[in-house]
Design a binder for this molecule. Structure first.
Ligand SMILES: Nc1nc2c([nH]c(=O)n2[C@H]2C[C@H](O)[C@@H](COP(=O)(O)OP(=O)(O)OP(=O)(O)O)O2)c(=O)[nH]1
Length: 135
């Protein structure tokens, strides 16, 4: 049976643009775009995991806002359960550490990137949101 992988992702909004991050070439889902974040560790709430991951991965602090979407997607390596939240930067500037590129895109352009398949429902939901609905 495939393993269940519980993951949380941050839809970081700044001046009406959304932070998109590209996975490394030697990772699973190489070069796919995703929301920064990662696996929820045992004993953590999704929000705690998200704050920790963003601090570790992007070297900044976020405030977590509204829930965006819950998606389950079966990859060959496991079943990813992805939860996403809108976030706002409260300290620091996102830095490249694990990712090979980051981009700030307006909502309407999110579908120009090659996203990890688990992210597509969240991308559609974000693109359909009213422009003034953020955190
Ligand atoms: N962080 C993040 N991961 C995502 C997203 N969409 C998606 O399918 N994933 C997958 C990729 C990974 O298999 C897993 C997250 O794992 P991770 O971020 O903690 O670890 P990792 O990149 O080192 O992944 P891995 O090489 O160990 O598989 O969820 C997303 O939007 N954000």
């Amino acid at each position: 049976m495939k393993k269940d992988i519980f993951v949380v992702g941050a839809v970081i909004v700044n001046e009406d643009k959304i932070l998109c991050a590209q996975r490394g070439v030697s990772k699973s889902l190489p070069l796919k775009w995703e929301f920064p974040g990662g696996k929820i560790e045992s004993g953590e709430t999704p929000q705690e995991a998200l704050k920790r991951e963003i601090h570790e991965e992007m070297n900044c602090q976020v405030e977590i806002g509204d829930h965006v979407e819950d998606t389950t997607y079966e990859y060959d390596f496991g079943i990813v359960h992805l939860t996403t939240y809108y976030c706002r930067l409260i300290e620091g500037t996102p830095t490249l550490t694990e990712h090979v590129a980051i981009k700030w895109l307006p909502r309407a352009e999110l579908n120009t990137l090659d996203w990890a398949p688990a992210d597509i429902p969240a991308i559609q939901k974000i693109m359909n949101h009213r422009v003034d609905s953020t955190v």
